[in-house]
Design a protein around this ligand. Structure first.
Ligand SMILES: Cc1cc2nc3c(=O)[nH]c(=O)nc-3n(C[C@H](O)[C@H](O)[C@H](O)COP(=O)(O)O)c2cc1C
Length: 209
């Protein structure tokens, strides 16, 4: 496996082969990779919605400025944030640590209390922005895993989140959509797959001190 070769192979896929579907095993790798994404404090205030059903996806095309990847890809991954972060989220996280690592309560207590206090200093909007930062990390992680696994994907901000939230009834789940990642396999005639990568010279992108 040549990491750079795979990162050069990947591109923001504009046209998916609508007849090719990801195997269960490949999909499982993506859901696991999402869940293994590092998040600030490990709090995981993001959620992945995986949509295979094309009927559900049909109305999402218009809400994505007619970007057909949303429908033609094998699966549409919608990366969401929680609409708020509350004390119960912090408590359930520390309960999980206690259960998973058998860490005594008295060791966890100050960390639990500090995180509750830190969250209390933020407004709801700041908590949403904080969660959105985590969503972008998960997008990067998923894109790299896709490249390694030979899965095509298109990172997308070009959609109307409020419309998605309405169509997918995300508000009922306490979620807000922030990013899309249609995944599957490129169409043979997607001309973008032939385009040369456009990047700054490495000396311009990286400063070595
Ligand atoms: C956060 C983010 C949002 C993007 N949104 C869209 C989008 O809505 N539609 C699209 O076709 N490409 C979108 N792109 C793809 C970029 O245009 C593309 O990654 C960039 O031009 C580099 O090309 P490459 O990924 O093919 O190497 C997005 C990329 C990122 C990282």
């Amino acid at each position: 496996m040549n990491t750079i070769k795979q990162l050069e192979w990947r591109y923001a896929t504009k046209k998916f082969d609508a007849n090719k579907t990801l195997s269960k095993a490949k999909l499982e790798i993506l859901t696991q990779a999402f869940n293994l994404t590092a998040t600030s404090f490990g709090l995981q205030t993001i959620k992945l919605v995986v949509i295979e059903d094309k009927e559900i996806r049909e109305p999402l095309v218009k809400a994505s400025y007619n970007q057909k990847q949303v429908l033609d890809a094998s699966h549409l991954l919608v990366i969401c944030i929680q609409d708020n972060v509350v004390d119960a989220d912090v408590n359930s996280y520390y309960d999980n640590i206690k259960e998973t690592r058998k860490t005594p309560d008295d060791i966890l207590k100050p960390f639990r209390e500090d995180l509750i206090k830190m969250m209390a200093t933020k407004s709801v909007q700041e908590r949403q922005q904080w969660s959105t930062n985590q969503a972008y990390i998960s997008l990067g992680n998923l894109m790299t895993v896709c490249a390694i696994e030979g899965i095509d994907a298109c990172p997308m901000e070009g959609f109307v989140p409020a419309k998605f939230d309405e169509i997918l009834k995300l508000e009922e789940k306490g979620l807000k959509s922030v990013l899309l990642l249609p995944v599957g396999y490129r169409a043979e005639d997607d001309m973008f797959s032939e385009f040369k990568k456009v990047r700054k010279p490495i000396e311009e992108a990286v400063i070595t001190l």
